[in-house]
Design a protein around this ligand. Structure first.
Ligand SMILES: *[C@@H]1O[C@H](CO)[C@@H](O)[C@H](O)[C@H]1NC(C)=O
Ligand SMILES: *[C@@H]1O[C@H](CO)[C@@H](O)[C@H](O)[C@H]1NC(C)=O
Ligand SMILES: *[C@@H]1O[C@H](CO)[C@@H](O)[C@H](O)[C@H]1NC(C)=O
Length: 342
């Protein structure tokens, strides 16, 4: 798949060869050394999106042009709807848009914070507040390197929540508010999932004394958390009053939380290709004949049915270690049925 490979390519590109918006260009010129980390954040976010959605009709795969432009141009993910580079999902105000914005903003926090902890960025480091102190009576103290997400949060905001150009009109303003909210929800997910790790010291692992440090959860956990937020995302009114409101009038009293993902428009069913909208459709997707879930042939193929191919796998099997020193294996052939949507 083109995307992952191409993410590594534009390493040599400088700030000027990227089409960044004004504020991003400033940041890039002042701190060009941040670019690899920003790019890594974008890659992390999109990769996690694809992993979370791999069994669903919408599987977070963009057209190759889009993916390439994302790699050369991380700014394509901004608070700006109707970015010409992106397809339907980024500008459509759907739940899928919400997830992309949140997971990318979170990816940026995660990758920047890791760089901070690794000592790769001079402006930030391990959390200085958590390098001493603790509770002697409970037998633990802070030590090691605690992840400090403040700089990552700041940078993600600075880079992604920038000026939104000359988007006008009420519809545009709602989408901008939605995207900014979802960016922040993504970042808050990283903050919320911070946890404490400890290591035991003491005679033969007695754990009489522990060293503890704060650490971010794996990005997979952040992705799962955001996926759940996606499943429970909140539809908001497309009429922007002073602040964002739920679409459902009867539910307007229920507060909208900072961590909620918000969307404006209902999603299409993603079943059939629509080139104009950049929707690939599910034709040709591999489905699971026995699954009742979204990856089942029935749901994934939208009732169109599926084709079955027999695929031959050859692998080494029944390997034996022969003294001394080699391994002898047999070649085993297996046939499996692969089903793809019509
Ligand atoms: C830190 O920088 C080194 C050298 O450039 C690189 O190999 C490493 O992957 C970086 N680590 C992080 C977490 O960014
Ligand atoms: C934004 O404004 C500039 C000039 O002020 C104009 O050339 C450009 O077409 C506008 N872009 C959009 C998306 O309206
Ligand atoms: C297909 O779905 C079934 C039931 O959910 C599951 O047990 C099986 O592992 C799946 N097969 C593949 C190839 O994913």
């Amino acid at each position: 798949w083109l995307g992952i490979a191409s993410f590594g390519v534009p390493e040599k590109l400088g700030c000027t060869s990227l089409s960044l918006n004004g504020r991003q260009k400033d940041l890039c010129k002042k701190k060009p050394y941040l670019l690899p980390t920003i790019r890594e954040g974008a890659r992390l976010g999109i990769q996690e999106c694809q992993s979370q959605f791999k069994h669903e009709r919408w599987n977070c795969l963009f057209s190759p042009e889009t993916t390439t432009s994302l790699s050369t141009n991380p700014s394509a993910i901004t608070g700006e709807p109707r970015s010409p580079i992106f397809g339907y999902e980024l500008s459509s105000g759907t739940k899928e848009t919400a997830f992309i914005y949140a997971v990318t903003a979170a990816g940026l926090v995660h990758s920047v914070t890791q760089s901070c902890s690794a000592g790769n960025i001079t402006e930030c480091s391990c959390d200085p507040k958590l390098q001493s102190g603790g509770s002697a009576s409970e037998g633990w103290h802070w030590g090691g390197c605690s992840d400090d997400i403040h700089y990552g949060m700041w940078l993600s905001r600075k880079f992604l929540d920038g000026p939104t150009g000359n988007i006008t009109g009420k519809a545009g303003r709602v989408l901008i508010a939605m995207n900014l909210h979802n960016n922040e929800a993504g970042r808050l997910a990283v903050a919320k999932l911070m946890s404490v790790d400890c290591r035991c010291h003491g005679v033969s692992g007695s754990c009489a004394l522990k060293t503890c440090w704060k650490t971010m959860s794996s990005f997979t956990k952040v992705g799962s958390f955001l996926k759940e937020k996606y499943e429970n995302s909140v539809q908001i009114s497309d009429k922007l009053k002073k602040k964002i409101r739920r679409k459902e009038k009867s539910q307007r009293k229920i507060p909208i939380h900072k961590e909620d993902l918000l969307y404006v428009h209902k999603s299409p069913n993603y079943c059939v290709e629509d080139r104009k909208l950049g929707i690939p459709g599910t034709q040709g997707r591999v489905c699971n004949r026995t699954s009742e879930g979204p990856d089942g042939c029935n749901l994934l193929c939208c009732g169109r049915g599926y084709n079955t191919h027999v695929v031959r796998h050859v692998e080494r099997c029944e390997c034996k270690f022969i003294w001394c020193c080699y391994v002898r294996c047999r070649r085993c052939e297996t046939m499996t049925d692969v089903h793809t949507c019509k």
